[in-house]
Design a protein. Structure first.
Length: 104
């Protein structure tokens, strides 16, 4: 029986890695990382139903781990940003940002 490759390995990698630099934008990397994680989960379910038919499950596992790590980083950064806004206040953060821009 001829084996085939699981479809979305490259897409999972691209979305997971794209989520890492987007974490600096107030945690917006949650979106691509979560999409990559759920695609990887669905591909691994497909592999679990018929393991003899597919041969690149290792790349899907790796993509899922990368997506999970990036997702955790984004959640932590987003919660840190929300914590700062709650405790310090939006106006103080914007004033501090303006001062930093003027000093450069």
């Amino acid at each position: 029986m001829e084996t085939q490759k699981l479809q979305y390995a490259t897409l999972i990698y691209i979305l997971a890695i794209l989520g890492l630099p987007l974490c600096c934008c107030a945690g917006l990397g949650i979106l691509p990382a979560a999409i990559a994680f759920f695609i990887a989960r669905s591909e691994l379910k497909k592999y679990a139903q018929n393991p003899d038919a597919y041969d690149n499950q290792d790349s899907i596992y790796t993509g899922k781990i990368i997506a999970l790590v990036v997702l955790i980083i984004n959640v932590l950064y987003l919660s840190y940003t929300i914590y700062q806004i709650y405790n310090i206040g939006w106006d103080v953060l914007m004033e501090h940002s303006r001062e930093l821009m003027e000093n450069q």
